[in-house]
Every structure is written in structure tokens, then in C-alpha cells.
Design a protein around this ligand. Sequence first.
Ligand SMILES: Cc1cc2nc3c(=O)[nH]c(=O)nc-3n(C[C@H](O)[C@H](O)[C@H](O)COP(=O)(O)O)c2cc1C
Length: 124
Amino acid sequence: MVLLEALNWRYATKKMNGQVVPQDKLDYILEAARLAPSSSGLQPFRIFVISNKELQERMIPISENQSQIADASHLLVFAAWDGYSLERIEEVFNQTMAERGLPADTMDGYKQRLWSKYEPLGQE
Ligand SMILES: Cc1cc2nc3c(=O)[nH]c(=O)nc-3n(C[C@H](O)[C@H](O)[C@H](O)COP(=O)(O)O)c2cc1C
């Protein structure tokens, strides 16, 4: 019910009011993104928080000339991984196993299956 109420309330902002989004709200949004589910829990993206007007202005032409790109106090850019490497998969799984207090090799078989499923990415 709370979720449906929130979805009824929310809307896509097209014009900014000039106010800076407070840090605690920004942190809340980033935490929601961090907790969002993704395939195999890999979270295959990085989020860049951009609050640099000059940089935001430069991004307008590559954002279909939408002024809100520069009007927003913070621009969140979701940068998808350009590929899957064993290193990237291991980084996420090692962290997950550590959080869950499980041996690092618990998911080795699954990691290998994931790794073989995707186009290998060269050494970074
Ligand atoms: C994947 C996705 C891409 C979107 N891209 C833009 C965009 O580039 N510019 C914009 O002003 N709104 C964008 N929107 C917002 C939609 O226009 C908006 O959600 C839709 O018109 C419905 O309005 P509402 O979210 O206020 O209910 C995007 C929404 C989604 C889900």
C-alpha cells in the first residue's frame, strides 16, 4: 500500500525549481539504487553523481538537448558495464560472500557459469 501511494504521488520532473537537492535526499536515492535488484545481483553499472554546471552544460547536446540536464542540482549518470570480466564478477561475489559470512569459493560454480555466458572482456 505504501508503495502504491508513493507511485501515485511520484512524477517525472521536467522543470527544476532552482533548489539544491539536500545531501540526505541524494544519499537516500543512491541507497535505493544500490538496493535495487539486478541480474545475478551483479549491479553491472556505476552511478556518477555530477554537480558541475560546466560539465552538465556540455552533456546537453548528448541528452537530446534537454535543459533539465544542466538545471538539476545533481545529475545521476548510470554507466553500464561495457562487458563482464571474471574480475568484475568476483569483486561482487566476494563482497556478497563476505557480507553473508560464507567462504569466498561458495559460488565458484555459479561464477564460472556466469562468466562463460558472457562475451569475455579483455584484461582491465
Ligand atoms: C526509461 C525512461 C526514460 C525516460 N527519459 C526521459 C527523458 O529523457 N526526458 C524526460 O524528460 N523524461 C524522461 N522520462 C520520463 C517519462 O517521460 C515519464 O515517466 C512519463 O512521461 C510518465 O510521466 P510520469 O513519470 O510523470 O508519470 C523517462 C522515463 C523512463 C522510464
